[in-house]
Design a protein around this ligand. Structure first.
Ligand code: VGL
Ligand code: ZN
Length: 220
């Protein structure tokens, strides 16, 4: 939209935001749910953030004993899939427990986000997306926050490509945001070989643009 005032044009188009997904210690090498090469995304985030006037971060933030943890299910191991209150659930090692050092943002991340959206706080349901839980019953408020800031396009990057990045980007697109995945700013869990490629293909098929950080233009 262009607002035409008496003496100037105000172009409210193209307000964009960077969404940093779960750049937390437990997803880095040495963490409880380590993503191979996960620390490589930190430099990308630090380099990209200054090109955005709005940066938000998501934070995986589970209560101790979260039901997505294999430790809560007798005779189950991480990587197995169960039915959890009607939803398929991959079981994970205990990770990103509220208040633990594993849940903290990576120390090398120099970006101070404008807002942090925590997810996975409901004991009974996991939340890969920064917008909604996996049952799509509860919203985090991220969509409303972005709309309130006049954002119409979002750039998504972080951890992990095949889980939280994937569902955050798909939900952003489904909420009507023009959505771009910054591919070199992501790394995946790859429980099965090909999961990351399949996630990228799924995002592309949903209308999400796939770019590298070098292709992201700074505002003119
Ligand atoms: C994630 C598995 C469990 C992620 C979070 O950030 O991709 N994956 N919790
Ligand atoms: Zn989690």
């Amino acid at each position: 939209m262009v607002i035409v005032g008496s003496d100037r044009f105000v172009d409210t188009d193209a307000m964009r935001a960077l969404i940093l997904v779960d750049i937390q210690n437990d997803f880095l090498p040495g963490g409880a749910l380590a993503v191979t090469d996960g620390d490589a995304v930190i430099a990308v985030a630090n380099a990209l953030a200054p090109a955005f006037s709005l940066v938000v971060a998501t934070q995986d933030w589970h209560p101790a004993g979260h039901e997505s943890f294999a430790s809560q299910h007798a005779d189950r191991s991480p990587g197995e899939v169960i039915d959890l209150h009607g939803l398929p659930q991959v079981l994970w090692p205990d990770h990103c427990v509220q208040g633990s050092s594993g849940a903290e943002f990576a120390a090398a991340l120099t970006v101070t986000p404008d807002a942090v959206f925590q997810k996975g706080t409901d004991q009974r349901v996991d939340s890969y997306s920064g917008f909604f839980d996996n049952g799509r019953r509860h919203a985090t408020g991220l969509a409303e926050f972005l709309r309130g800031k006049g954002v119409d396009s979002v750039f998504v990057m972080g951890l992990a490509t095949d889980y939280c990045v994937r569902f955050t980007a798909l939900d952003a697109a489904s909420c009507g945001f023009d959505t771009t995945l910054v591919e070199d700013g992501c790394r995946g869990v790859e429980l099965s070989a090909g999961d990351v490629q399949a996630a990228v293909d799924e995002m592309r098929a949903a209308g999400i643009a796939i770019v590298t950080s070098a292709q992201v233009e700074s505002p003119g």
